[in-house]
Design a protein around this ligand. Structure first.
Ligand SMILES: Cc1cc2nc3c(=O)[nH]c(=O)nc-3n(C[C@H](O)[C@H](O)[C@H](O)COP(=O)(O)OP(=O)(O)OC[C@H]3O[C@@H](n4cnc5c(N)ncnc54)[C@H](O)[C@@H]3O)c2cc1C
Ligand code: FES
Length: 272
């Protein structure tokens, strides 16, 4: 069992101050702690609990610069997430954390960033995108390649289009429906549209299948494994290195991750 020196196991009481449907099965909740603010870095996660249902890990989707509230996006897949999708403004919830390493933002300074995301993977990356947008001078450039099944499932589309002012944004859908002016095809088919530079850092979040196909494409461009970061998800119970539910090999996703350099995990077959 790993020791966690920084983790706070205390449950903080919080209130939903805005609840908004992002698509068919995903809700965005704006949350305010009843006392104080949540200090976190992009890429960290919290344990969100609903009395009578249980507790789940979720990523934070807003920049830490928004001090007084934070947001999460939750897909309805089971017992707890279904109940969370029914929450309304004014409802009470519990928050533990933040936990995990998050992105080493200083390591990304003065770099050309490429964010690659599929489906709900855009949720934790939105925190980093908002952060980069608020500190543009610290980063050389930003490219975003984001894919969803169809136009209705593109999350934060208006915000992403607005990022055009400081980023190169490419949105793609597997199947188009209605009027769609963006790209079509899975993410791998658009990797060759990225501007590849020597100062590149690639940050990815999406389903494991996306990593399996995108990483070999990135390697073809000579991008070192050290410069590819991915966010891993595992079933979690404690979030603080006690229960072992999130382990693979000698790593704990809740403590050593959820953000890993590909070089750290590429030799571990269970990782992805
Ligand atoms: C670090 C981290 C960050 C996450 N961030 C988000 C987020 O921002 N938004 C979001 O919607 N979800 C996120 N998840 C996944 C989320 O925690 C699970 O969907 C949730 O725990 C399911 O709980 P449930 O009680 O609703 O489902 P259950 O009733 O426990 O299970 C329902 C179904 O979901 C599957 N499932 C359960 N847990 C996971 C899991 N961890 N990964 C994949 N499949 C799972 C089960 O196999 C089952 O098929 C994150 C997970 C981790 C580890
Ligand atoms: S050890 Fe419990 S979730 Fe990681």
């Amino acid at each position: 069992m790993k020791n966690c020196k920084t983790c706070d196991f205390k449950l903080k009481e919080a209130t939903v101050v805005k609840a908004e449907s992002l698509c068919r099965d995903i809700i965005s909740l704006r949350i305010k702690l009843n006392k104080g603010n949540l200090e976190f870095i992009p890429g960290q996660f919290i344990m969100l609990s609903l009395f009578g249902y249980g507790e789940i890990p979720v990523g934070i989707t807003t920049t830490p610069d928004k001090k007084t509230y934070f947001e999460v996006a939750v897909r309805s897949v089971g017992t707890v997430t279904r109940a969370i999708n029914r929450l309304k403004k004014g409802d009470k919830i519990g928050v533990r954390g933040p936990y995990g390493n998050g992105y080493d933002v200083e390591e990304l300074h003065d770099k050309d960033l490429v964010i690659i995301s599929g489906g709900l993977g855009i949720a934790p990356l939105r925190s980093l995108i908002e952060y980069v947008g608020g500190h543009k001078r610290k980063f050389k450039s930003l490219q975003i390649l984001y894919g969803a099944k169809n136009p209705d499932e593109i999350l934060y589309d208006r915000e992403l289009f607005a990022c055009d002012k400081f980023a190169r944004v490419m949105l793609t859908v597997d199947e188009k429906n209605g009027p769609w002016g963006g790209l079509t095809g899975i993410i791998t088919t658009h990797i060759d549209k990225l501007r590849i530079t020597p100062d590149l850092k690639v940050i990815m979040c999406g389903p494991p299948i996306m990593y399996k196909f995108v990483i070999p494409e990135l390697e073809k461009f000579g991008i070192p494994d050290e410069d590819i970061q991915i966010l891993l998800e595992r079933r979690m119970k404690c979030g603080i290195g006690k229960c072992q539910h999130c382990t693979f090999g000698d790593k704990y996703v809740c403590l050593d991750g959820p953000v890993f350099k590909y070089s750290q995990i590429k030799d571990n077959l269970e990782a992805i």
